[in-house]
Design a protein around this ligand. Structure first.
Ligand SMILES: NC(=O)c1ccc[n+]([C@@H]2O[C@H](COP(=O)([O-])OP(=O)(O)OC[C@H]3O[C@@H](n4cnc5c(N)ncnc54)[C@H](OP(=O)(O)O)[C@@H]3O)[C@@H](O)[C@H]2O)c1
Length: 290
């Protein structure tokens, strides 16, 4: 990658930021397209976020991704937020449009793009079981509602968080049926034979854990099991669904599509998902990374 006076800078603000795979993914795609951009990691402490965002204007950075712990707090320092960003209540992408800072959330959109483009699955009028109710679960929930999912059962270990989501979004999306079931009651209370799409948005599985009492054999044969975890690439949940012959997908799809959407917001160019994927898989497989 050649750096010149014309190079445009994008990057990521996080604290910590060392673990991020985004520079690898984006820089591979910039090089592939031969466009004058570079993607850098910026370790920004929470107390410095306001100044860091002001610096986007001053330094004329083309755009920024946000990761933990900045996704919610950043909203107050921006000029405009997209509808998704407002509904989700957090953003992962800042666009610098001639000095105007616009906040986007591409996580949920990236997830749905992966469903549609990688699996040919349109969530409109479908029945969904969403495990997890934290940041990524919330982003996925909002996008599935915007896409017209017929019913969504949210299931989470901490009951208040799951019920909170149902209460917040039931009125805003009255055409979809939203309900909550504690993780521990799934087997008893949810009819798995009706589910078209099961999503794991919890972190359970990152360390090789299993979901106890998940009646996967009751899912319809054509249903999809989507685990948004991408490290490891095959969680115990995916392995179990694979053994049953269900359609499965790991979190790499969502990661790539949310990155691709940010890339397009900044550059108006579409990156090669294959190039991004190869770069990420190489990094995940490197000892000490991923
Ligand atoms: N593919 C992608 O692009 C992408 C994007 C973002 C995140 N992710 C992955 O998504 C996962 C979630 O990330 P996040 O930032 O949204 O939230 P997080 O804070 O990492 O995960 C919290 C969620 O996991 C649940 N959870 C944690 N430990 C559990 C356990 N032992 N048993 C049952 N539930 C448990 C929490 O339930 P409680 O509410 O009960 O605590 C909560 O719903 C991570 O693995 C992350 O790597 C992937």
């Amino acid at each position: 990658m050649e750096i010149s006076g014309k190079t445009k800078i994008v990057g990521i603000f996080g604290y910590p930021v060392k673990h991020t795979l985004s520079p690898i993914m984006h820089n591979a795609a910039f090089t592939d397209l031969g466009i004058p951009y570079v993607y850098l990691p910026f370790e920004v402490k929470p107390e410095n976020l306001k100044e860091a965002i002001a610096a986007i204007r001053v330094l004329r950075l083309a755009g920024i991704n946000l990761t933990v712990p900045h996704k919610i707090e950043a909203i107050r320092y921006l000029d405009e937020i997209t509808r998704e960003g407002e509904l989700i209540g957090s953003i992962n992408t800042i666009q610098n449009k001639d000095g105007k800072l616009i906040g986007h959330n591409t996580d949920g959109k990236g997830f749905v793009a992966s469903l549609k483009e990688d699996l040919g699955f349109n969530p409109k009028d479908k029945h969904v079981l969403l495990l997890g109710a934290s940041g990524s679960g919330r982003a996925i929930l909002v996008e599935l509602l915007l896409q017209g999912a017929k019913s969504i059962v949210i299931s989470n270990r901490t009951v208040s968080r799951g019920i909170g989501l149902v209460q917040e979004f039931s009125k805003k999306f009255s055409k979809s049926t939203l309900s909550f079931t504690p993780l521990s009651d799934l087997k008893k209370k949810v009819s798995f034979s009706q589910i078209d799409l099961l999503i794991n948005s919890t972190s359970l599985g990152m360390k090789g854990e299993e979901f106890p009492d998940l009646p996967l054999p009751s899912l319809p044969p054509a249903s999809i099991v989507y685990d948004i975890i991408y490290s490891p690439l095959k969680t115990k949940l995916i392995e179990a669904a694979d053994r049953l012959g269900l359609v499965t997908k790991n979190g790499l799809g969502m990661l790539l599509h949310q990155g691709s959407l940010s890339f397009q917001i900044w550059t108006q160019r579409r990156p090669s998902l294959k190039i991004m994927q190869n770069a990420i898989i190489e990094a995940i497989n490197k000892p000490g990374e991923g």
